[in-house]
Design a protein. Sequence first.
Length: 213
Amino acid sequence: MQDLLIDLDNTVYPEDSNLFAQIDLKMKSFISKNLNVSLDEAYKIQKKYFINNGTTLRGLMLYHNVQPEKFLSYVHDIDLNSIKKNKKLSNELKNYKGKKIIFTNGSEEHAKRVLDKIGLDKTVENIFDIIRADYIPKPNILTYQKVIKEYSLDPKKTIMIDDLPNNLKTAKKLRMKTVLIKKNFLNSNTYDFIDIVCENLLDTIKKINKGII
Ligand SMILES: [Mg+2]
């Protein structure tokens, strides 16, 4: 039996539900208000820290002494109406007997709200969030080592599912199986550290239950 590490944003719900777009905007306005810069400047800072530090929050903590709790509650205060219950996904996940762990750079509170909205709150009970990761985000290998230890995972028997290739690169270094969630992905040979590309999480879990992955 393999265990599953499942990313949250843009993985358990589709990218086109525009939830993450809302979080993106909230981050920009948080930076603008707290660093006293224009929205354009805030956006540049946001993306710079995301690229250089794994998450925007990490950069804000390192260089501006931002309190993480304040940032997380602000950026996750969003409207979840665009995400719907997903009965098929919850049934498919229920049938899977391995460990199911949400592995997210967001907060547990946000993860719980999202899982509740999709109807996965009873199915997926393990959440390893950015707070438990001591605010060191994916793709930093230290955080993967921490989640492995916490849940006694065997990386060779673990499947990591994420919509960001970079996060899968670290997983592959640790010898996990890797699944990229991407709609309309044409060239699966682009990244040698990705084992399979699936359209969405439902498709992924179906394949895992059938033994294809
Ligand atoms: Mg994601």
